[in-house]
Ligand binder design. Structure first.
Ligand code: ZN
Length: 319
């Protein structure tokens, strides 16, 4: 069995694109590293926020589907995304988020981590987690961020999922994807990796309805594979465990395979490369609309239907 190498990216559904950009780039200070389109729905943006270089593991992406209804929270859905911030920075983050009107919750402790839960402008539940004993990660600070380097979001930490029945998902995570059980606390069981960032906290919620996507819900969780060969090995393990995986799909910046885990949460396995600098100057990532080559012929029509976006006037903090 060959496991995945941790989290690659998480994709969620947002409301209006400009509000999404204002929050993730303007308030959280992540870098918009790619301004592209949903390759299955090219009239919709696909916005990617990450560290300065768009490293796998730092990347939170959105489909702004403003016309969608709110989600039906329920089982078979990821219900919260967590982002890692430097140790000792949560009080600073709490003050900043309050200043800009974000809905924040009490700082709490989970599995020994200090955590600040909050809600983004479109209802998505987020948590900022202080780096403690977490795995070492690749992070490139962004000097264009309104956030000083020593406070910047380090990357993805993990996600919480609700399951009608937890056991099949737990079995699948360990046997098909190589997760390890980390521990259990307050009704949540934590799975993750020794030596790579990326955790999944599972809660069994037999009494709630089946969840459904909407504005403010997570769309899918993507896990890293080194290359296409590794991807095919993991894909075969998924199928051997009863999962139904798509063929390899070329997303241009990486190659992807999608499948649902036994409880219904959409997962992806994505290759590490070639990465976001393959079609843009690293100094200008995200500045203009980038289309995969096979959509270039339709650029004029695509640009006509996408709403205009302007970079937020960054609310800079000096310390
Ligand atoms: Zn994805």
């Amino acid at each position: 069995m060959q496991g995945v190498n941790g989290l690659h990216h998480i994709t969620a559904i947002a409301g209006p694109a400009q509000e999404n950009l204002d929050f993730y780039a303007g308030i959280l200070g992540m870098r918009l590293v790619k301004r592209s389109i949903n390759q299955d729905d090219p009239g919709t943006y696909h916005l990617f926020y990450a560290d300065a270089e768009g490293h796998p593991g730092t990347d939170l992406t959105f489909f702004p589907w403003a016309h969608m209804a709110p989600p039906r929270m329920g089982h078979g859905l990821a219900v919260e995304v967590s982002l890692e911030v430097p140790a000792g920075s949560l009080a600073w983050w709490g003050a900043r988020l309050e200043k800009y009107g974000a809905k924040i919750d009490e700082v709490t402790s989970r599995f020994g981590d200090t955590v600040l839960p909050l809600v983004d402008p479109h209802g998505m539940r987020l948590a900022l987690v202080e780096s403690g004993a977490s795995a070492p990660r690749v992070f490139a600070p962004w000097d264009g961020s309104p956030i000083p380097v020593e406070r910047q979001v380090r990357g993805l930490y993990g996600a919480q999922i609700w399951e009608r029945e937890a056991a099949p998902t737990k079995e699948f995570l360990t046997s098909a994807l190589g997760f390890q059980r980390i521990g259990a606390e307050n009704g949540w069981t934590r799975y993750g990796f020794h030596g790579a960032p990326g955790i999944v906290d599972i809660r069994e919620t037999p009494d709630v309805r089946r969840g459904a996507w909407g504005v403010g819900s997570v769309h899918h969780l993507a896990w890293i594979v080194t290359d296409e060969q590794h991807q095919l090995v993991v894909r075969a393990q998924v199928e051997a465990s009863g999962g139904r995986a798509t063929p390899v799909i070329d997303r241009f910046w990486f190659k992807s395979v999608y499948f649902k885990e036994p409880g219904g949460v959409l997962f992806e396995i994505a290759t590490e490369g070639p990465g976001f600098a393959v079609d843009e100057d690293p100094a200008h990532l995200g500045d203009t609309l980038v289309l995969p080559p096979w959509y270039e012929a339709a650029r004029a029509e695509i640009e006509r239907v996408l709403p205009p976006l302007k970079m937020p006037v960054a609310a800079h903090e000096t310390r």
